[in-house]
Design a protein around this ligand. Structure first.
Ligand code: DOR
Ligand code: ZN
Length: 346
């Protein structure tokens, strides 16, 4: 039997597009299905000022193939030198949607991130005043904290104190990977939302490590135990409007992933919507997919929903997704869930 589901065109509230040849290769993979995306600013050098965000936005729009529509929502990378007035001006003009907080050293290209959180207090206070959301990479980077505990420790030691010290600051916990993250969002009804990636709904840490190391399943925050994956699935499919899709699709060429020191990131832009249809169907929750992918995000960001729709159709035979896309810098492996998927997107 063919099942078909038409939903409002979705958005991706956390996406890495990179620059140059990689940008050109990966942008159509997202623009094919998504109306907008929150564009991560962790380029080298990072996108720190309004002027840099404007230039990056122009490069993204120039890389968009003829006939495709896509609206990149720009983000500034928070540093200890960020100027509150520049942030406010870039937001007021409509150029910049949010600011991204990376703890220094937390992930790919985060060396310019924040070490001393007191130094960014004036920026956070300004953002609370103007209602501008802060996107947070929620992991501590202290060497003594185990990598699997870094999200939970961040919530206690960094995020909760920042939120208490800055009333009214609107925070998106990006790519939550733990039950602790889910519970923190649920117990804080005001000014808090969270994105969940597609891959964290599909893999747990066994997928990365059992039977040989799988570099294409390695990302940050790293996938956790099965109980956490199940908590994420329950949150994403619950219909609770505080949880929404942010794929964190993060392309790296195969040579950088399949290496003695492989980069973090799963590239899911190509098959994300098909995989989500599979996951939501498994959970008996196809009716909440539109909220998760197309409605809860715009509501949190106080933006209109997209015009237009996409249709997800379940077919009789498994879909053959490309194994890799060519980037000009080398091949990029598309995330493989490890099982057949029967959903297509039109
Ligand atoms: O897995 C990840 N890859 N996590 C991040 O936070 C950054 C991203 C990247 O830029 O490659
Ligand atoms: Zn990311």
């Amino acid at each position: 039997m063919t099942i078909s589901l038409t939903i409002t065109r979705p958005d991706d509230w956390h996406l890495h597009l990179r620059d140059g040849a990689m940008l050109k290769a990966v942008l159509p993979e997202t623009a094919r299905h998504f109306g907008r995306a929150i564009i991560m600013p962790n380029l080298v050098p990072p996108v720190v000022t309004g002027a840099q965000a404007a230039a990056y936005k122009d490069r993204i729009l120039a890389a968009l193939p003829e006939g495709m529509r896509f609206d990149p929502l720009m983000v500034l990378y928070l540093t200890e030198d960020t100027d509150p007035a520049d942030v406010a001006a870039a937001h007021a003009s409509g150029l910049v949607t949010s600011v991204k907080l990376y703890p220094a050293g937390a992930t790919t290209n985060s060396a310019s991130g924040v070490q001393n959180f007191d130094k960014v207090r004036p920026v956070l206070e300004k953002m609370a005043e103007i209602g501008m959301p802060l996107c947070v990479h929620g992991e501590v980077t202290n060497h003594e904290v185990d990598i699997f505990d870094r999200e939970a420790v961040f919530i206690d030691r960094v995020l909760d104190p920042i939120r208490k010290a800055t009333p009214g600051l609107r925070v998106v916990m990006e790519h939550i990977t733990t039950k602790d993250g889910v519970d923190y969002v649920k117990s804080n009804p005001k000014d808090l939302g969270a994105t969940i990636t597609t891959h964290h709904l599909i893999i747990n840490r066994n997928h990365i490590l059992v039977g040989g190391i799988k570099p294409h399943y390695y990302c940050l925050p790293v996938a956790k135990r099965e109980e956490h994956r199940l908590a994420l699935r329950a949150a994403a499919t619950s219909g609770d409007a505080r949880f929404f899709l942010g794929t964190d699709s993060a392309p790296h060429v195969d040579a950088a992933k399949e290496s003695g020191c492989g980069c973090a990131g799963c590239f899911t832009a190509t098959n994300t919507m098909a995989l989500l249809a599979h996951v939501f169907e498994e959970e008996g929750a196809l009716d909440t997919l539109e909220g998760f992918a197309s409605k809860n995000g715009p509501a949190f960001y106080r933006l209109p929903e997209n015009d237009g729709t996409i249709t997800l159709t379940k077919q009789e035979t498994a879909v053959a997704f490309p194994e890799k896309i060519e980037s000009g810098d080398g091949p990029v492996t598309v995330f493989d869930p490890g099982y057949p998927v029967f959903w297509t997107v039109t």
